[in-house]
Structures are given as structure tokens and as C-alpha cells.
Ligand binder design. Structure first.
Ligand SMILES: Nc1ncnc2c1ncn2[C@@H]1O[C@H](COP(=O)(O)OP(=O)(O)O)[C@@H](O)[C@H]1O
Ligand SMILES: [Mg+2]
Length: 250
């Protein structure tokens, strides 16, 4: 497995944000982590990327433990944060070049080629030499997506990556994710939008109040939880409601 999350727990004081989550993502797989606001998606990703320390449990990236072998683990993943920080005084291209200096040291020609390729794929070639300070939210998002894929990472974490993207940019982003996964990488993708999970993900996990309450392909979840005439939204509500009842009965 490229990504393995084992019994991950994260408490913020008394708040149990993530409760014993287990999941793994295979090579070539796009895994959609679907849940309401506040479900624990960002907290899980932050623990996976080493930004916060788990209360207990562990995360392995390509076999490297993110807490005990952070350098090795970090070389193997790319990350699009929910609220990325970008230097407004750099151009998009300069920003990517500075990131490549960290991840692709000594491979500058490869890096420059890769930057051009990604800018083109994300429809940012024409704006690449403008200052980030002048970018729209969508353009910033596209640059940060380019940055996450720069060094051909084996695992990519995407926290609500399509926020702020127009339809055409969202399509470009999805194509990039698929192409990258098809080369054997694993992608963990968070979203609260069902349609995105349905269209893009090979497997979906539903997180509800910090717990992974259902997992499977979209088709499997549909067969298991669908009632006659129900829409996608109904299925999702059905799963989460069923779980809240079980919680109350306990
Ligand atoms: N730094 C923090 N301190 C205290 N509580 C937090 C912190 N970060 C997140 N939380 C809480 O943890 C829960 C999960 O948050 P989060 O992982 O951001 O959810 P999601 O990304 O699914 O919307 C929420 O109830 C949120 O308020
Ligand atoms: Mg979040």
C-alpha cells in the first residue's frame, strides 16, 4: 500500500476530531474522503502530512512513518492544503521554481520542463509570469495544484482541491489527478461535494463526526444504501442519518 492510516486518533482538548480511522489507498487509486463540514477530513490530512501530531495511531507513506521518518515520508508526497499560503510577490512560475528547488534539487532542467508541462495542463501558461498577488482564487488554486504534482509524488493529498475553480479548470484538475493516478500513484482527496466524489473517485470513504462509517466504490455504496427513487444526496444523508441513530441508541 502507498498510504496506510492505522487507528488514527486526534483530539483537540476534549474534542475528538478523528476517532480511530483506518484506511489505505492502493497504487493507481483515487480515494475520496467525503463528509460534512467539521467531519474531520482536514484533521486527518494534517496528521497524514505531519502538520499535526496524532493523539494515537500512525500513518505510513510508501512504508515510511510520518512521525518517525518524516523526511523520507515527505519526499514521497505532494499536498494541496485547504487554505494554501502563496507568496504574492512571486509570479506563478517563480513560485513553482522555488518549490522545485526543494524537491527536485540538482535536476533543474527536468524541473523547468515539468513546470511548463503542468502549467499547460492546468491552463495557466498565459498567466504564469504574472504576480500571484494579482491572481484570482481559482488561479492560486491551480498554481498550488501544479506545486503538489511537481516532483511526481507517489502519494498526493488534496484537501478540497476544486474550491474556487470554474468548470473548465475543475475538469483540467480532474484530468491531471486521473493521469497521475494512472501512472501508479495514490491520491487521497477530500470533498463535501457528492458529485465530485462520484465522478472522480475509485473508492469513497464517508467520514461522519470523526468516524469512517462507510467505504466502497460509489456503486457499492449506492446498492447498499439506496432507497427507490433516492438521489445521490438522499443516499449520503441516509448513511449519515442511519449512523447518528446508531450513535443515539448506544
Ligand atoms: N485547531 C483546532 N482546535 C480545536 N478544534 C479544532 C481544530 N481544528 C479543527 N477542530 C475541530 O475538529 C473538527 C474537525 O474539523 P476538520 O478536520 O477541519 O473538519 P473538515 O475538514 O471535515 O471540515 C471540527 O469540529 C473542528 O471544529
Ligand atoms: Mg476541511
Amino acid at each position: 500500500m502507498m498510504l496506510e492510516i492505522n487507528n488514527l486518533v486526534k483530539n483537540y482538548g476534549k474534542k475528538e476530531a478523528v476517532k480511530k480511522i483506518n484506511l489505505s489507498v492502493k497504487p493507481g487509486e483515487i480515494y475520496g474522503f467525503l463528509g460534512h463540514n467539521g467531519a474531520g477530513k482536514t484533521t486527518t490530512i494534517k496528521a497524514c502530512t505531519g502538520l499535526i501530531k496524532p493523539t494515537s495511531g500512525s500513518v505510513k507513506i510508501c512504508g515510511y512513518d510520518i512521525v518517525r521518518q518524516p523526511l523520507e515520508a515527505k519526499q514521497n508526497f505532494g499536498y494541496v492544503p485547504e487554505n494554501p499560503y502563496l507568496y504574492s510577490k512571486l509570479t506563478g512560475r517563480e513560485f513553482l521554481d522555488s518549490i522545485s528547488g526543494i524537491y527536485m534539487k540538482g535536476k533543474r532542467n527536468d524541473a523547468l520542463k515539468r513546470i511548463d508541462e503542468l502549467l499547460e495542463e492546468m491552463q495557466m501558461t498565459d498567466d504564469a509570469d504574472k504576480l500571484i498577488g494579482t491572481y484570482s482564487q481559482g488561479m492560486r488554486r491551480k498554481i498550488i495544484i501544479c506545486a503538489a504534482f511537481l516532483h511526481h509524488p507517489s502519494v498526493v493529498f488534496l484537501d478540497e482541491p476544486t474550491t474556487g475553480l470554474d468548470a473548465s479548470s475543475a475538469k483540467a484538475a480532474k484530468d491531471l489527478f486521473r493521469k497521475h493516478a494512472d501512472k501508479g500513484s495514490s491520491i487521497l482527496f477530500t470533498t463535501h461535494i457528492l458529485e465530485i466524489a462520484e465522478r472522480l473517485c475509485d473508492r469513497i470513504g464517508i467520514i461522519y463526526q470523526g468516524e469512517l462509517i462507510a467505504e466502497g466504490t460509489f456503486q457499492e455504496l449506492k446498492e447498499k444504501f439506496e432507497k427507490p427513487g433516492s438521489t445521490l444526496e438522499d443516499i449520503f444523508l441516509n448513511i449519515t442519518e442511519q449512523n447518528s441513530k446508531e450513535c443515539n441508541e448506544r
